[in-house]
Design a protein around this ligand. Structure first.
Ligand code: ZN
Ligand code: ZN
Length: 420
């Protein structure tokens, strides 16, 4: 059986699933959960997998869920969906909009919304898992359906890896994931190579010696020191990264002192980096440490500077052979609805999973915007202004053909390995 005939056989079951999948999606959307709090969502995923005949592990890395379905000898494919929502007050006006509030990790009550569309991912993966489970004569091998917590905080995938994911699942040949984006619904887009940037945030504390504002000779001024660092950091991208590379280094926050006539003891800088190559990332991180340490020395700083990395997202670097295989299957199935996308400036932690398992991966995008609405915005050159993007309070993927396309994409991509 070719991938395409296996896909037709499996996807024939979608019509019978549609109403239930849409209801699940609306229910997930109405009940979004913050990162690390995805209990209800995880329960829905585990329940759906069990009913489809998967062997299910729950509580992996917190609320992570893994379902395994073995269907004879053959390749093994991992499909991943993220489950968490964001602290955003929903303003979509949808009949199934969220009115949920929750307590975040800092103890603050915040509104919660599926503003990134992870509810789409969960509904599509459950749908794909059920369809494949229901038509096992069309494929062979092992299907691993993985529901990951805490993508938005960048530590959910690593949490599952650290919680012995590799020991729970059989060895897999490939890992696949997708994201709904502000593109026309019904479309799928693939990209070979770096598709999402790596992101790192860094907290730097530099130490000086406080004194009266009128007696600078008694001080080591951390404000001047921090200012020199900010200026000197501008040379990292300009002078140390090759001009053909894309990289960003932003000092987003600088904090020191409280009043005009006191020289403070220390200063804090918060940095954000975006890179599309691990070597560039390493170069920049090393350059930052070198510059900050040297500037502290130049100022006569009494203590070593402190560095803390946080909110780290790995590079998403799609494997060429894997992406070509998926793209060919998409071209067959979706015809002119399958295309190429460029690198996106967002970041993701999905790749922590295949990287830890030592397997190739690819990550593609599906559209979620009503095609006619998108076309009109394109015509007037107002896509950026009129189409709400992920993380916006107005981000509202249309139910169809979004859910259908996301489900089809997962089934077709998985069958590119598993088709009998
Ligand atoms: Zn997001
Ligand atoms: Zn997302």
């Amino acid at each position: 059986m070719t991938t395409s005939s296996a896909a037709s056989a499996v996807l024939a079951g979608w019509a019978g699933l549609r109403a239930e999948q849409e209801e699940l999606y609306r229910s997930l959307h109405r009940h979004p959960e913050l990162s690390h709090q995805e209990h209800r969502t995880a329960e829905a995923a585990a329940d759906g997998l069990r009913r489809a005949g998967f062997r299910v592990h729950t509580g992996v890395g917190g609320t992570g869920v893994v379902g395994i379905l073995t269907n004879g000898a053959g390749p093994s494919v991992l499909l991943r969906a993220d489950m968490d929502a964001l602290p955003v007050r929903e303003r979509t006006g949808l009949p199934y909009a969220s009115a949920v509030t929750a307590t975040d990790a800092d103890g603050n009550d915040v509104p919660v919304m599926h503003a990134c569309g992870h509810d789409v991912h969960v509904a599509c993966l459950l749908g794909a898992a059920r369809l494949l489970a229901g038509k096992q004569d069309a494929w062979h091998g092992t299907l691993v359906a993985l529901f990951q917590p805490a993508e938005e905080t960048g530590d959910g995938a690593r949490g599952m890896v650290d919680d012995h994911l590799a020991a729970i699942i059989p060895s897999v040949d490939v890992a696949l994931a997708q994201h709904v984006m502000p593109l026309p619904a019904g479309q799928v887009g693939t990209h070979t190579g770096p598709v999402l940037s790596a992101a790192d945030s860094m907290r730097i504390i530099v130490h000086g010696r406080g004194a009266h504002g009128s007696m600078p000779q008694a001080a080591v001024d951390p404000v001047v020191l921090a200012a020199m660092i900010v200026v000197r950091l501008q040379t990292v991208v300009a002078r140390e990264v090759p001009p053909t590379e894309t990289a960003v280094l932003t000092v987003g926050s600088i904090l020191a002192g409280a009043t005009s006539n006191v020289i403070p003891d220390s200063a804090q800088l918060l940095l954000n980096l975006r890179t599309y190559r691990d070597t560039t990332r390493d170069t920049m991180l090393a350059a930052i440490r070198r510059i900050v340490t040297a500037e502290c020395q130049a100022s006569g700083s009494p203590r070593e500077p402190e560095f803390e990395l946080f909110d780290r997202f790995p590079l998403t670097d799609n494997d060429a052979a894997t992406t070509e295989r998926v793209a060919a299957a998409f071209a067959d199935h979706f015809a002119d609805r399958a295309g190429l996308i460029g690198p996106q400036s967002a970041s993701e932690d999905f790749s922590d999973i295949p990287r830890a398992l030592g397997v190739p991966y690819t990550y593609w995008c599906i559209g979620g915007i009503d095609a006619e609405t998108y076309r009109r915005a394109e015509e007037t050159g107002r896509v950026a202004q009129d189409i709400p993007v992920n993380h916006s309070a107005a981000f509202a993927p249309v139910l169809q053909p979004t859910l259908r396309t996301g489900t089809e994409a997962l089934v077709v991509a998985a069958l590119a390995w598993l088709a009998r």
